[in-house]
Design a protein around this ligand. Structure first.
Ligand SMILES: [Fe+2]
Length: 510
């Protein structure tokens, strides 16, 4: 088996009541809290099936770890999208799936006035102001969840609260007091062109007491798109101590293709055009006062879903990315069929590498009025996606270690790399016992009295032909120190992202 195969599951029911997992080995007693994960948990409804990996209905998974014991539950979120899909026995349009029964009038109406079924929040789940739990995607809607039963408490429409922003993302940055810095787009901003909008949702006491996250919104900055005929796709961005770092890159949402997709009833993904030779434009924004640096920083064409980290060093910013070659990148490569069959595994189509961009802040512009920033592979032999760092300690600061997932080559594995000395690599391969297995993004959990940046464990949700399990790896050497086996009759599903709510800092959402 080269692809996800039968592990790309479509669940038909939730496991609401936590089930006990059987622990083999020993989970350290200081690992106390809940691992939350989110992803597309249901692809099939009767004879209909979503056509892209990004389209399945949101399913949130929860592993509660306490005193070495583990309990697992999951919930197919009862979004409007999910409820109406079941009620109407048809799929509503999503990223890579069209509504086959729709007419042109309805498609244009839904484009200009996105419907309530845009709430399939299947990409990430994160804490806000320590006490609130949000499931996220890349539309104008976010869902606040009840941490006890994972039901939806409140659906927040960012358009109703933050003037110019028409959509948001699933990868905000979170500060120590629970403040979020996030971004969205206004496709028709000032002068009719698209603008990238950056916003802060203040955390702390006021955030904790707020009914929903948008009550605390403060717009930071607005950047006009460099492309008059569209705007760059963005999935995440980076922050340093003083800056927001944002890339306009080769994958562009092209207005003409967008209109064509509405007329011809093609999926929204078809409007994302990869311009192989388009240089990457780097924007720097002072995150304290919103000032945008006027200098035009550029680097080579590439595409990034996930920024690894960035930090300031002397007169440079070092920016690390999980970066795809623009020559081969196409978002439609990540179709349901391709991921299930593994057709594109071990090809450049799915190969992201860790790359470092050096942004020289004081270097003068060249004759083209640009400052070129060098981009180099950190390690050209190591496919690197779903990157994770010791976030609460090192985000925006100097760091050495990044952990990631290899879904590029079988057997699938978790990898660790020292970005300062990229020859230092560790790998833990799954499926060595003969059962095909699919590890998730690894979540780093630090010990209470760490002696080094990597003093902790990685929690990995593993889908397996036999039984699914939580795998606990020593973050120093990636040795597996424990597994918590979920009973075979209970199934998990594919997940993109999540976080660990430790008992100490997130006591109300554990
Ligand atoms: Fe992501």
């Amino acid at each position: 088996m080269s692809g996800y195969g039968s592990l790309l599951r479509s669940l038909s029911k939730s496991t609401d009541k936590p089930v006990r997992a059987i622990v083999k080995g020993e989970i350290p007693k200081w690992v106390n809290g809940s691992l939350y994960r989110n992803g597309p948990g249901r692809f099939e409804f009767g004879n209909n099936r979503y056509e892209h990996l990004f389209d399945g209905q949101a399913c949130v998974h929860k592993f509660t770890v306490q005193n070495g014991e583990v309990f697992y539950s999951n919930k197919l979120l009862e979004t409007k999208s999910y409820q109406k899909t079941i009620e109407n026995n048809k799929l509503f349009p999503n990223f890579g799936t069209t509504d086959k029964g729709s007419n042109i009038y309805k498609r244009f109406k839904n484009f200009f006035f996105p419907p309530e079924t845009s709430d399939n929040v299947n990409v990430n789940i994160l804490p806000y102001a320590q006490d609130h739990l949000y499931a996220l995607t890349e539309t104008h809607l976010m869902c606040k969840l009840d941490p006890k039963n994972l039901s939806i408490n409140h659906t927040v429409n960012i358009k109703e609260h933050v003037g110019s922003i028409k959509s948001t993302i699933a990868h905000p940055h979170i500060e120590r007091d629970g403040t979020w810095i996030t971004m969205g787009v206004n496709p028709r901003g000032e002068n009719g062109g698209a603008h990238y909008e950056f916003v802060r949702f203040k955390g702390g006491d006021s955030g904790r007491k707020s009914k929903h996250i948008c009550e605390q919104a403060q717009v930071i900055a607005s950047i006009p798109s460099s492309n008059k005929n569209g705007f760059s796709y963005f999935h995440s961005f980076a922050v340093t101590e003083n800056y927001i770092v944002f890339l306009e890159q080769c994958l562009q949402i092209d207005f003409k293709s967008l209109i064509e997709s509405l007329i011809k009833n093609k999926p929204r993904s078809s409007a994302l055009i990869s311009y192989k030779d388009m240089p990457t434009r780097i924007h720097l924004i002072n995150k304290h006062n919103g000032n945008i640096l006027k200098k035009k920083f550029v680097t080579d064409p590439q595409f990034t879903f996930h920024y690894i980290n960035a930090y300031e060093k002397d007169d440079q910013i070092l920016l690390d990315l999980s970066s795809y070659d623009s020559k081969y990148f196409n978002v439609e490569n990540f179709s349901y069929e391709n991921m299930k069959s593994g057709k594109l595994m071990e090809t450049n189509m799915l190969k992201a590498l860790a790359r470092r961009v050096r942004i020289p802040l004081t270097k003068p512009e060249n004759e083209k009025g640009e400052v070129y920033c060098e981009i180099k592979d950190i390690n050209s032999d190591l496919p690197f996606e779903l990157p994770v760092i010791n976030y609460w300690k090192n985000n925006g600061l100097f760091y050495k270690y990044v952990y990631g997932t290899n879904h590029y080559k079988n057997p699938f594995s978790i990898i660790k790399m020292n970005v300062e000395d990229p020859r230092e690599v560790y790998e833990f391969k799954y499926g060595q016992d003969g059962f095909h297995a699919l590890p998730s993004e690894p979540i780093f959990v630090e010990t209470h009295h760490p002696k080094s940046e990597d003093d902790g464990v990685l929690l990995v949700m593993v889908l397996c032909e036999k039984n699914d399990y939580l795998s606990v790896l020593d973050a120093k050497n990636l040795n597996e120190i424990a597994r918590a086996d979920i009973p075979e009759e209970v199934r998990g599903a594919f997940t993109f992202h999540g976080f660990f709510a430790d008992q100490k800092n997130f006591q109300n959402i554990v």
